[in-house]
Write a protein that binds this ligand. Structure first.
Ligand code: HEM
Ligand SMILES: *[C@@H]1O[C@H](CO)[C@@H](O)[C@H](O)[C@H]1NC(C)=O
Ligand SMILES: *[C@@H]1O[C@H](CO)[C@@H](O)[C@H](O)[C@H]1NC(C)=O
Ligand SMILES: *[C@@H]1O[C@H](CO)[C@@H](O)[C@H](O)[C@H]1NC(C)=O
Ligand SMILES: *[C@@H]1O[C@H](CO)[C@@H](O)[C@H](O)[C@H]1NC(C)=O
Ligand SMILES: *[C@@H]1O[C@H](CO)[C@@H](O)[C@H](O)[C@H]1NC(C)=O
Length: 528
């Protein structure tokens, strides 16, 4: 028994968490749904890896901007007082206007990274996961990702190292950030496998080039500036490097030269001798960099992929029918037309329905090292799965090529206690919006509270904030069918909402995201 347990934990068979979980589901998708079907979108900015907001042949690459932005955001950390760290404080103009943060790379990064809307994920987590995806998709090693970063409400204390500072200042600066002198050499080499020094912000380091293939005159740190590899070390050791912070004409700003040689080249030689050692060292140091957060911030466990993960689940009450839609992802699976996938749907009446699931698409992660196969929960040539509202649904299990997938026996719970009702409708579909959200509440659930949470609401600094709108209990219950009654609220905005409830002090999370503009929201019948 003991050895069996060891065997399973070594293989990582146990799920990282039990689905569903609002925050962990969102972090898991951001981390693992990288390319292809249902990709969250970050990788689209860095594949191919010489993609740059400034254009191809600009000499710049988004991947380099993202890595530098993450470092400069973290580099304000102070291990003594616990302030600073990866908290997206770099989004404040007080920081980007400092001499230690020259160039447009930070703005560009934030524009790209925050263009991906993900509820329940902070900007700092998006920056961290985007950095990991960029590195992994551009030749780099897999990097463990933890979520839970908290966005700063204002700028941090200055402290990003600059090239004209001396070696002792850099050692002291990295020590303040929490890194030893050896780790400093590693982190600088790992970062400077990407990108280079641009002429405009650093005219004294990078000369004008007048090169149509490098329109912004970026002096690259190595010959493969958009690709992770140990060339930054091999070229340095062989004396062929063009790294502008090593062979720059002004020795005052040759900070990489001082840092790389600070231990007699021992670390750089080990990187040049072994691409594997370089990759594994960088995986550790990048993770350390991204996990350096202000004191008090609690990061999650490493987000590993769920082997089986339902996704985009939506339930809509339509008369006597509960319409269900969604998809399920199977990790480490490629497309296979011979595969059979069944969903076993358990209901309140003790019944089980057996549904054959059609394939929906495939996705990949970490530059193609992982594959996932997606299936739709909706039968072929239908838009939703029609369930009997009285029986409802309590959970899902899946059978893949004869093997039962039920999350170790607990199944995949589906809540049908509070669901969107298709009697919801609008009377004005332009500003000022006027619409009514009808929530079908299962009889006998007796929620103490039904409420809507607004999706994507932020404060003036871009931080996600919780906005909840209570749906008042009906004065007189309006039955939608034998087993559900309607709770209604009149709305006057264009936002999207999730339906939630409190039952016996527990939070019940609806999977629906509905609002004005939601598919299926129709015009209210005009009274005559
Ligand atoms: C003493 C420490 C460091 C100094 C003095 C330094 C200095 C510089 C300078 C002057 C640039 C040019 C920026 C521009 O042209 O806009 C640069 C670029 C870059 N740095 Fe560093 N750096 C240091 C450490 C790091 C670390 C630890 C990382 C990440 C782990 C990093 C990642 C990058 C990246 C990816 C770029 C390229 C940006 C691009 O091409 O858009 N640097 N660094
Ligand atoms: C620009 O790059 C292309 C190949 O990518 C090369 O053929 C061309 O000679 C380069 N032009 C200059 C001016 O270096
Ligand atoms: C070299 O760089 C330093 C720091 O930026 C600057 O003060 C100095 O004037 C530069 N020297 C020359 C010769 O340009
Ligand atoms: C480190 O390597 C560089 C590049 O090969 C070389 O120029 C330098 O002299 C070496 N420094 C030490 C201390 O070994
Ligand atoms: C589900 O249905 C398929 C045929 O459509 C059948 O082969 C399979 O045994 C059924 N599974 C269960 C658990 O009933
Ligand atoms: C549906 O409602 C009827 C009438 O209240 C009730 O008898 C029945 O048990 C309910 N069905 C389920 C599956 O909860």
């Amino acid at each position: 028994m003991f050895s069996l347990l060891l065997f399973f934990s070594a293989l990582g068979v146990a799920n990282a968490y039990v689905w569903p979980s609002q925050t962990l589901d969102a972090l898991e998708s951001a981390r693992w749904d990288q390319n292809g079907h249902n990709a969250v979108g970050f990788a689209g900015f860095v594949v191919p890896c010489d993609l740059a907001l400034q254009g191809f042949h600009s000499g710049r690459a988004n991947v380099a901007d993202w890595v530098r932005t993450a470092y400069h955001d973290m580099a304000t950390h102070n291990v003594e007082d616990g302030t600073g760290g990866l908290d997206a404080s770099i989004r404040f103009s007080e920081e980007t206007s400092r001499a230690e943060n020259p160039g447009d790379g930070f703005r560009n990064t934030l524009v790209e990274v925050t263009s991906i809307g993900i509820a329940h994920v902070s900007i700092a987590d998006k920056l961290a996961v985007a950095t990991i995806l960029a590195i992994e998709n551009c030749g780099g090693p897999e990097i463990p990702f933890r979520g839970g970063r908290v966005d700063a409400g204002g700028p941090n204390t200055p402290g990003v190292p600059e090239p004209q500072q001396d070696l002792q200042s850099h050692i002291a600066s990295f020590a303040r950030q929490g890194f030893t002198p050896t780790e400093m050499i590693g982190l600088v080499a790992c970062g400077h496998t990407f990108g280079g020094v641009e002429h405009a912000p650093f005219p004294g380091i990078s000369p004008e080039m007048d090169d149509p293939n490098n329109t912004l005159s970026v002096s690259h740190f190595d010959t493969t500036f958009a690709h992770f590899d140990n060339n930054v070390a091999t070229e340095y050791m062989s004396g062929t490097t063009q790294n502008p912070l090593v062979v720059g004409s002004n020795d005052t700003t040759n900070s990489d030269k001082r840092i790389f040689a600070s231990d007699g080249n021992v670390t750089m030689k080990s990187f040049a001798d072994s691409p594997e050692l370089f990759a594994s060292t960088c995986s550790n140091l990048f993770a350390r960099m991204l996990n350096t957060v202000p004191r008090g911030v609690q990061l999650t466990d490493v987000i590993t992929p769920l082997p089986v993960k339902p996704s985009k689940l939506q339930l809509t009450m339509s008369g006597n029918t509960l319409k269900m839609s969604g998809e399920v992802r199977f990790w480490n699976m490629v497309a296979d037309p011979q595969r059979t996938v069944f969903m076993l749907l358990d209901d309140h009446a003790g019944g089980t329905r057996n549904v054959t699931l059609p394939a929906a698409g495939v996705s990949t992660a970490t530059g193609g090292r992982y594959n996932a196969a997606w299936y739709t929960l909706v039968p072929q040539s239908s838009t939703s799965l029609a369930l009997d509202a009285a029986a409802g649904v309590t959970g899902m299990r899946f059978v893949v090529d004869g093997k039962l997938e039920d999350q170790g026996g607990v199944g995949f719970a589906v809540q049908d206690g509070v669901v969107f009702s298709d009697t919801s409708c609008y009377t004005s579909n332009q500003e000022p919006f006027k619409w009514r959200m009808d929530v079908a509440v299962r009889n006998g659930l007796n929620p103490t509270r039904v409420y809507l949470t607004q999706i994507g609401s932020t404060d003036s600094t871009g931080r996600e904030i919780a906005i909840e709108v209570d749906v008042p209990p009906p004065a007189m219950p309006v039955a939608v069918n034998v087993n559900y009654s309607i709770w209604s609220i009149d709305m006057t905005d264009g936002n999207f909402y999730n339906i939630e409830a409190e039952v016996d002090g527990r939070k019940l999370i609806g999977n629906d995201v509905f609002g004005y503009g939601a598919t299926g929201l129709k015009a209210c019948p005009t009274s005559t």
